[in-house]
Design a protein around this ligand. Structure first.
Ligand SMILES: *Cc1c(COP(=O)(O)O)cnc(C)c1O
Length: 386
């Protein structure tokens, strides 16, 4: 097909690196037990009340395009009026909708680097430019660098806190500084996909932004702490109803399917299950981080359900070696972070499988694998951004 049909913005997009499935690790390792630590999913599953709710879904009926029941439940949960809430097919859809609604060709979006792939891909897809402010050498947000970039009035800011893949989260003072450095003409999008994992010292960005009186969008999701990644449901909390209407106009009408709406309602009604799993994940996160640090590796402090680890080798090689031991992680391919891997916190067994595979042969190019496994051919499907 001649290129003339291609939208050049779409044709030149970097590929989103979605992480490998278990089949690739089974083929590479010859093992049945695979530790899936590449996508920040909840290793404990989801609330048992979700399966019951799914049984009552009527697949032959269109889903509610306005997600009324879910918006009402969230409205109570967050003390926000329902007309400021937009539910998405995952919060990733709300990232795309934000770019469509608030950016035009040649506009500028600002984010951080290493970045969450979609915070770059979605602005590029609408023809905008993306500026990225790198993390500091101590794995923190470069507040001064961000303030400088914000002074140039980008049209939109995608700010992840906690920061995927790094793990850092903005404290009260830092978030306040960035909020006051952001011109009113900049749409402030705070992506709190990992909000439920944060400690008490990390502010609720929604409350802080609400106090500021400025325009904003806060993104949250049922994919991570609530364990509904496969059903695709996330949401945007907007500072005003007109902003919510703009976002809603930029999505497809029946974007959230009936199973996703029913599951999210059930998950939200069982906060105890979510909190229990979060406690275990946070405890494991600290155990894994400490073990890695004891072995001399640099690990960024994390407020999420993942760790960003400097391996001292090519991240692609490390990921390949781990795959041969049945462990799937995400190698970072964005220069200069290409010796980092991002590993999700799994169950204690999965984490031990990861630690064993990574630390048994620190710096070794030969991982412990059977001859059969090491001769298996597999495609890592790696691309920059994740
Ligand atoms: C996982 C993630 C999301 C997207 O989650 P959905 O499954 O689409 O709700 C959004 N932002 C960040 C930073 C993430 O890590």
């Amino acid at each position: 097909m001649p290129d003339v049909y291609f939208n050049p913005h779409v044709a030149s997009l970097p590929k989103y690196n979605a992480g490998l499935g278990p089949e690739a690790a089974q083929a590479a390792s010859g093992l049945k037990t695979i530790a899936r630590l590449a996508s920040n999913e909840n290793p404990y599953g989801c609330s048992p009340s979700v399966s019951k709710a799914l049984e009552a879904v009527e697949p032959w009926r269109y889903s509610d395009p306005g997600c009324h029941r879910l918006r009402l439940a969230l409205s109570e949960h967050l003390s926000v009026s329902p007309d400021k809430l937009v539910i998405g097919n995952g919060s990733e859809e709300m990232i795309a909708a934000s770019a469509r609604a608030f950016l035009r060709p040649d506009a500028t979006a600002l984010t951080v680097s290493p970045c969450f792939g979609l915070h770059e891909i979605e602005p590029l897809a609408v023809g905008a430019k993306v500026e990225k402010v790198p993390m500091t050498p101590s794995f923190e947000f470069d507040i001064i660098g961000l303030e400088r970039a914000l002074a140039r009035s980008p049209h939109l800011l995608f700010l992840p806190s906690p920061w995927n893949p790094v793990g850092a989260a903005l404290n009260h003072k830092e978030l306040r500084r960035l909020v006051s450095a952001t011109p009113d003409s900049t749409m402030f999008v705070l992506d709190e996909a990992y909000y439920e994992f944060t400690s008490e010292v990390i502010p609720d960005g929604l409350s802080l932004l609400r106090e500021s009186g400025r325009p904003y969008i806060v993104l949250r999701t049922f994919s991570k702490a609530f364990g509904l990644a496969g059903l695709r449901v996330g949401y945007a909390v907007c500072s005003s109803a007109p902003i919510a209407r703009m976002l809603a106009a930029a999505k497809t009408p029946f974007n959230v399917n009936a199973s996703a709406q029913a599951a999210a309602l059930a998950a939200l009604a069982d906060p105890g299950w979510m909190q229990g799993s979060v406690r275990q994940i946070v405890a494991e996160r600290e155990r894994v981080a400490n073990r890695l640090r004891q072995s001399g590796l640099r690990v960024a402090p994390s407020e999420g359900n993942f760790l960003f680890v400097e391996t001292g080798r090519s991240s692609e090689c490390v990921a390949r070696d781990l795959l041969k031991a049945g462990v799937i992680v995400k190698p970072w391919m964005e220069t200069p972070y290409d010796s980092f891997i991002r590993v999700s916190v799994g169950t204690p067994e999965e984490n031990d499988q990861f630690l064993g595979a990574l630390l048994r042969h620190p710096g070794a190019s030969e991982p412990a694998v059977s001859a059969k496994a090491s001769s298996a051919r597999y495609d890592l499907g790696l691309a920059p951004h994740a």
